[in-house]
Design a protein around this ligand. Structure first.
Ligand SMILES: N[C@@H](CCC(=O)N[C@@H](CS)C(=O)NCC(=O)O)C(=O)O
Length: 355
């Protein structure tokens, strides 16, 4: 059986678990933080999830892990066969992975009830191996997360309401896509659903403050979370759409106005050798954001996907993305050379942390 190095409240572990359950791949979960040297040596970076296979291979980074697994396990494919739909699904996944992260971390660490609950869980799961009393481990966890993911990731009194609003925009745009289908792109989950399970399952759907919002005001999304989690019980033949439905437009507009702005400004700052950058998203000014190599890699991979499309499919993608800033995906004026995974060995390449 494969070993899933993960933790019970992690964004990307939840995303991968949802996928493994749907594909019927049994796994045993273990916590990596007591084995950091071992993980670092074999997988490059201590982050979750990481898969350790029975043959000793280590796989990191949820997106390449799923892409690789799909080549080995073609039953219940999660990538749409239509190349245009596939590209859009990958774009939604990237938005879920990289844009909603700040908002999900903000709900978890800026609200007292959420912070108290999560710090006690993580004091055991992430810091349980440290020889310090539990109250000290809790304090360490809170300080680290606030420093790295709240103050250190541009959440200030000026930006906080915009950060919070990212959750509502995601809920609204998902609800539009789920009005006439059980999953975002068909009668079965696709990579777009699994991507959105990252924030929706273990953060928004479980942390007290955003979970109350989901349960009380957006029960259709709470239902979708449970549906994706239980998708292994589906008896229908998976049938993903072969045209991007009109109801995806609010989601694509949100992706363009938020995630693509961040990818662009991060890539610009990375190629200029800066370590911090600023950006204006939907009129909100963010300052002192950490430049991340990993997100340059995300842009590089999305551009590769776009470049591999036929001219006809490229034109269709462009027609679906008429919003300002979307040219980032096909116009290489802003350079995206991350230097990460240059031989495209991922998920077998050594991983790097997002920040
Ligand atoms: N791109 C990676 C990101 C993995 C990641 O950042 N996981 C978080 C937890 S959800 C983590 O391990 N963070 C390490 C830390 O905070 O030090 C993936 O998709 O798997």
């Amino acid at each position: 059986m494969i070993k899933l190095w993960g933790i019970s409240v992690s964004y990307y572990t939840g995303k991968l678990e949802a996928y493994l359950r749907y594909k019927g791949i049994p796994y045993e979960m273990d916590n990596p933080f007591a084995h950091q040297d071992y993980i670092k040596k074999n997988a490059g970076a201590v982050q979750v999830p990481i898969i350790e296979r029975e043959d000793g291979a280590f796989l990191s980074d949820s997106t390449p892990i799923i892409q690789h697994m799909e080549t080995e396990l073609p039953d219940r494919p999660v990538f749409p066969t239509d190349p245009v739909v596939r590209f859009i699904a990958l774009l939604i996944e990237d938005y879920a992975d990289e844009w909603l992260w700040r908002s999900a971390m903000n709900y978890r660490w800026s609200n007292e009830n959420d912070r108290e609950l999560l710090s006690s869980i993580l004091a055991d799961e992430v810091a349980g191996h440290l020889k310090a009393p539990r109250f000290v481990r809790r304090r360490m966890v809170k300080r680290r997360q606030l420093a790295r993911y709240i103050k250190g990731d541009g959440v200030t009194p000026e930006t906080r309401s915009h950060v919070d609003a990212g959750y509502f925009a995601a809920l609204r745009s998902m609800a539009s896509m789920l009005e006439t289908r059980p999953f975002l792109l068909g009668n079965a989950p696709s990579i777009a659903d699994f991507g959105l399970m990252g924030p929706m399952l273990r953060h928004y759907g479980q942390d007290p403050t955003p979970a109350a919002i989901m349960r009380n005001d957006w029960p259709a999304i709470a239902e979708w979370v449970a549906r994706v989690w239980n998708a292994s019980s589906l008896t229908v033949e998976p049938d993903l759409v072969n045209m991007v439905p009109d109801d995806a437009a609010p989601m694509l507009q949100e992706v363009a106005q938020t995630h693509l702005v961040q990818l662009r400004e991060n890539a610009r700052a990375f190629s200029a050798g800066h370590t911090k950058f600023k950006m204006t998203v939907q009129g909100c000014h963010y300052k002192n954001l950490p430049v991340t190599q990993y997100r340059v890699y995300c842009l590089e991979r999305l551009r590769e996907e776009f470049d591999n499309l036929s001219d006809e499919h490229k034109a269709k993608v462009k027609a679906l993305l008429p919003y300002e800033g979307c040219e980032l995906l096909w116009d290489h004026t802003v350079e995206a050379k991350s230097g990460h995974d240059v031989d495209r060995k991922a998920p077998f390449a050594h991983g790097i942390n997002i920040v």
